[in-house]
Design a protein around this ligand. Structure first.
Ligand code: 26Q
Length: 794
């Protein structure tokens, strides 16, 4: 049982009152919602400290290996509700607050999202932290404490506008600042003699720790985020002479390193500041790792037995050269020993095959910002080329660019893909050459998501049905969801699953009506596509189908339509013009469709601004149909797809990323498959005029494009989408046209299936039952066994 369950409501009430009084300095009559949230957060946080200390003690005593997860992104979301749930305190806190006349829901919603990430990669890191704590895997997350997380998205006349996000404008109750944990991070300068680095710029990295508590509070690991601080405060002489701005310049410059999260870049990522951020995190983490190692051991030859470092994509790939540098220049090891040890500790996860997304830095910039690292990279490259006698294109440095994927691959013991298909494609395409040279290196670890946040916390209605049906304990043993299959023919269970869904749809409808002023029909298919806006994710395919549906309903409103609510959510990178055009088109289409009295309740289009983790927690439990429609071969895995499946949504999707495995797990007959396979996609690209051919073959798509180009959705600016329509006819880089008819046909099957409510509930049950594989606990167990060689300490 849970260690915290015996905490009485009265004891908790006293703790909260004490924090309100002594930490916040407020008495109850004057306490604001903020004051209550802080008092509750501190009280809950207090209860994590004991398991946190105990975990640290056990880790130390076990003398085993620790895992270090290095990531430029941790997309955490809200913390309070998750912590309360994992500690088993939800009901107790609710009781206490009720007694004070305060709404727990309001308190929870008062917390800003910790949005220190862009999307999938950052959210995966957050799920992994939670699972590592649940599994008592001794681990640290290392990241950057961005003052401003991912931008806040607003729509102005349907267009995305970015506003700065400001989560740290209030005190952050979950962090512990550690002024004593401080490292110097150096940049630029020159090399003296052969290779003695004389840097010309330095900043301090200061640690800020957050406890990450696992299921039932049995273990807590640490997420250590680094903040940048100046090594010299300011020039007092200059200040006294009156030049206040110039005097403060060094401080401002230092702090920019941890000022903002880079929004997932598409075009010009060659920013010096980004390179400095990557090095700032990597160097601080490695210095901290070596300090901790030396406090317990004295022989660096043991480092690979005590330290497993995971690089989350190439963003921290300077870990290879930096670890070599620290071992040589700071600790006196020779080159061969340093390199062997570094390789023994490091591993690399790849998250994309899109060539434009593979990181490179010019040797000029790398040499200027990190001259010693450039030298080490050249040496690694030379040995890699000599040892493997490889072709020139497999070099780390080529055409004056440092290829970070190659560097990470060469310096890692294990390189993993994030779904089975993605891993196969890594071996066949982008990494085929390196895979040939290092054949034992690549392996698969299919992604997962934490069922605590994504099912138990976000969907209490379904969670209750699950516990009532298969008994307690599925939260930490998600494979048990397969026991649901034995209840498939139990009408009461099917009805209960349907009722939970309806409950969540009504809650979402209330929110949409309050927040967006739009009325949703709860009898409609809630059809949801939420993810970053990217051409390869093909939100455009979904909009085209929406336009067709609108037009078809208009021409025959009495045809017995299954009602639909199309919900979109997601942000575009600020410089990604094509993605921003699609956002605008969705909003323009929504405007026309939602105000058309002919379609009325049969079709609505909703695109709430500023999609984030908290909005996902609201939308996913209320979804009937999950849109996973990327061009096959482009989406490395997807993780939203898994969250929907767990919550009883059915997927309409291509054979891409983890969709393939979801379909296997839930059964092909319970999945709406359409579109080309990755192999067919490859062939299709070879056909000149593939888009034009597909459009000429599809009168429906011709009509859709015609309506757009006529200005039906932009009557005040009829030329608005000429470029988009022209690009669809002539380029269509993600094969929207080639998959359109297939998508349309399967959408019609969805309508038919949904019309039989009991049948749909049966399909939903089978999806939930098949989702157990997609717990991030399963993924982390895979990393522990196949990559890290670590054991649970519980
Ligand atoms: C690169 C250079 C400069 C600035 C930013 C970036 C940058 C930042 C974030 C590049 C890429 C990302 C994020 C990538 C990402 O989220 N990938 C997704 O990872 C998920 C977890 O494995 C997968 O499920 C998704 O399929 C994949 O798209």
């Amino acid at each position: 049982m849970n260690a915290m369950n015996d905490l009485s409501a009265e004891a908790l009430r006293i703790r909260i009152t004490q924090h309100l009084t002594y930490t916040l300095g407020k008495d109850k009559p004057h306490a604001s919602l903020y004051d209550w949230r802080m008092a509750v957060s501190y009280s809950v946080r207090d209860l994590i400290i004991e398991p946190w200390f105990a975990a640290t003690r056990k880790t130390y005593e076990a003398q085993g290996k620790r895992v270090y997860y290095l990531s430029l992104e941790f997309l955490i979301g809200r913390i309070l509700g998750d912590a309360m749930m994992n500690l088993g305190l939800f009901e107790t806190v609710q009781d206490v607050l009720e007694g004070e006349g305060v709404s727990l829901a309001d308190v929870i919603e008062d917390e800003p999202d910790a949005a220190l990430g862009n999307g999938g990669l950052g959210r995966l890191a957050a799920c992994f932290l939670e699972s590592m704590s649940t599994l008592a895997c001794p681990a640290y997350g290392y990241g950057i404490r961005y003052e401003h997380g991912l931008f806040r998205q607003l729509f102005e006349s349907g267009r995305q506008v970015e506003h700065p996000e400001d989560w740290l404008n209030q005190p952050h109750p979950w962090e512990f600042e550690r002024p004593e944990a401080r490292y110097t991070i150096s940049f630029k300068g020159h090399l003296d003699g052969q290779s003695v680095w004389q840097p010309s710029e330095t900043v301090y990295a200061r640690a800020y720790d957050m406890p990450v508590v696992g299921w039932q509070g049995k273990w807590a690991n640490t997420l250590r985020l680094w903040g940048a601080h100046p090594t010299e405060l300011f020039d007092l002489e200059q200040f006294n002479s009156g030049d206040h701005t110039a005097a403060a310049a060094p401080e401002a410059l230092a702090r920019t390193l941890s000022r903002v999260l880079y929004p997932e870049d598409t075009t010009d990522s060659g920013k010096e500041l980004r390179l400095k951020q990557e090095y700032f995190l990597t160097s601080a983490a490695l210095q901290d790792i070596l300090r901790r190692f030396l406090s317990e051991y004295d022989d660096f030859a043991q480092l690979p037995d005590k330290v497993a470092i995971q690089m989350n994509d190439t963003h921290p790939a300077l870990a290879g050269p930096e670890l070599i540098r620290l071992l040589m220049d700071e600790h006196g090891l020779d080159w061969n020993a340093a390199k062997r040890i570094a390789l023994g500790c490091l591993n690399y996860t790849n998250h994309t095959l899109l060539p434009e997304a593979l990181e490179t830095w010019s040797t000029w910039l790398m040499g200027r910002v990190l001259p010693r690292h450039m030298q080490i990279i050249e040496q690694i490259d030379q040995e890699h080329r000599a040892a493997t006698k490889c072709a020139a294109d497999l070099a780390i440095v080529k055409h004056d660019q440092v290829h970070m994927g190659t560097l990470a691959f060469v310096m890692a013991s294990h390189v993993n893909g994030v779904s089975a298909l993605h891993t196969d494609l890594m071996k066949e395409t982008v990494f085929s050459g390196l895979h040939g040279l290092y054949p034992a290196r690549v392996l698969n670890q299919t992604n997962g998501v934490t069922p605590r946040r994504w099912l138990r916390l976000s969907n209490p209605a379904l969670s209750k049905v699950l516990t009532d049906t298969i008994g307690a304990g599925w939260e930490s043993d998600l494979a048990r969801l397969s026991e649901l299959n034995t209840f498939e023919d139990d009408r009461a269970v099917r009805d209960a699953i349907g009722a939970a869904k309806r409950h969540n749809k009504l809650a979402l409808s209330n929110w949409a009506s309050d927040r967006l002023g739009i009325t949703l029909n709860p009898d409609a298919v809630f059809d949801v596509q939420i993810k970053r806006m990217h051409e390869y994710k093909r939100q455009l395919l979904n909009v085209f189908e929406t336009i067709h549906r609108w037009s078809a309903i208009r021409s025959n409103p009495e045809a017995g339509w299954t009602p639909r609510v199309k919900i979109f959510g997601g942000k575009a990178a600020p410089g990604y013009f094509a993605a921003k055009e699609i956002i605008r088109l969705i909003n323009d289409v929504a405007n026309v469709v939602n105000n058309d009295p002919v379609v009325g309740d049969l079709l609505k289009v909703v695109y709430p601004a500023n999609y984030n983790v908290s909005m996902a927690e609201r939308l996913i439990p209320a979804t009937d149909l999950s849109e996973q429609i990327s061009t096959a071969g482009k989406e490395a895995s997807g993780t939203g797809n898994m969250k929907f499946t767990m919550n009883g949504a059915l997927t309409i999707g291509t054979l891409d990323g983890a969709n393939v495995e979801i379909r296997e797990q839930v059964g092909a007959e319970n999945f709406f498959l359409f579109g080309m396979t990755a192999a067919e996609v490859r062939d299709r690209y070879l056909i000149e005029g593939h888009a034009r051919t597909a459009i000429l073959d599809s009168p429906t798509l011709q009509d859709v494009l015609q309506m757009i180009v006529e200005g039906r959705f932009s009557p005040e600016d009829t030329d608005r989408y000429n470029g988009l329509v022209d690009a669809t006819w002539n380029h269509d880089p993600f094969l929207v046209a080639s998959d359109f008819d297939s998508y349309l046909a399967v959408q019609a099957e969805v309508d038919l299936a949904f019309a039989d409510e009991d049948h749909w509930n049966r399909l939903a049950l089978r999806n939930i039952a098949g989702s157990g594989y997609f717990s991030s606990d399963r993924t982390i167990k895979g990393y522990m066994a196949d990559i890290w060689d670590t054991r649970s300490l519980l």
